[in-house]
Design a protein around this ligand. Structure first.
Ligand code: ZN
Length: 262
């Protein structure tokens, strides 16, 4: 059991903490999370069908017990387990003041830190450097995600955090009940733009014709006041379309309201 792994002084960053966790596993490039859990003194990891959040750690006299929500994808559970291991390594909640009283993904700094550590732990920096130098397409992202046992969104998020010189944007579109498409999840960011993409529905008819294999895709969307055309590659599996953006072309300037409209 590692009780107080952090030295006094400034808090180490997420990447440094992830490296320490990685060093607890025999295979550093694709660490066995259960092995790390065992070194950290975790007494059990179970899948719980009644859990109302993605993951939860209970500190007991026998050691931390981890519960993972049932019916999640393997990649999601792996990320959640890495997130819980980060909490355990940092002792979050050990003294009863618990970070886990509320559902996952609220804005607390411990949650953001645990997410950041999990990302670094599951996607090694060498992998990020390799992908960045490759200027990857969506097939490269998918290959890395499968090999590392994470979602494509986790790979793109790590790329976006590590490299501000490219666009790193992955868009998941889900079919709506009305037959249109909804921007379900947008990961990463567009170089030079800090405005959030407006999450919207689109009637884009071309999206209906996207095949399962990777094809060039482009869609128009609104970012802040700007209308942009996003170009990249994407594919469609059942009712979900995934697109990795590699070019962003601003469209004409937004029309200013006329005085009579103000
Ligand atoms: Zn958490």
């Amino acid at each position: 059991m590692i009780n107080n792994p952090l030295p006094a002084g400034p808090a180490p960053d997420a990447a440094a903490i992830a490296e320490r966790l990685r060093n607890l596993a025999r295979c550093r490039s694709n660490p066995d999370l259960e092995e790390i859990a065992s070194v950290l003194g975790v007494s059990s990891i179970r899948v719980d069908p009644t859990l109302d959040r993605l993951g939860h750690t209970t500190w007991t006299t026998a050691g931390p017990e981890i519960a993972l929500q049932a019916n999640q994808k393997a990649t999601r559970q792996r990320f959640t387990l890495a997130h819980e291991l980060a909490h355990i390594y940092l002792g979050h909640g050990r003294d009863g003041a618990h970070p886990h009283g509320q559902p996952y993904r609220d804005a607390r700094p411990e949650e953001r830190l645990a997410d950041a550590i999990a990302g670094h732990l599951l996607v090694p920096s060498a992998e990020i450097r390799r992908l960045r130098d490759l200027t990857p397409n969506i097939a490269d992202i998918r290959e890395a995600a499968v090999r590392l046992g994470v979602s494509q969104a986790v790979v793109v998020r790590q790329l976006a955090d590590a490299d501000s010189t490219h666009h790193w944007l992955l868009i998941n579109l889900k079919r709506t009940d009305r037959g249109g498409w909804h921007f379900w999840r947008v990961t990463g960011r567009i170089r030079g733009l800090s405005d959030k993409m407006r999450v919207a529905d689109t009637e884009h008819p071309l999206l209906d014709k996207v095949p399962e294999r990777d094809v060039p895709l482009q869609i128009l969307t609104q970012i802040g006041d700007l209308t942009v055309q996003l170009q990249g590659t994407g594919n469609r599996r059942t009712n979900l379309t995934l697109m990795l953006v590699d070019h962003v072309r601003p469209q004409r300037e937004p029309r200013r309201p006329l005085a009579s409209e103000r």
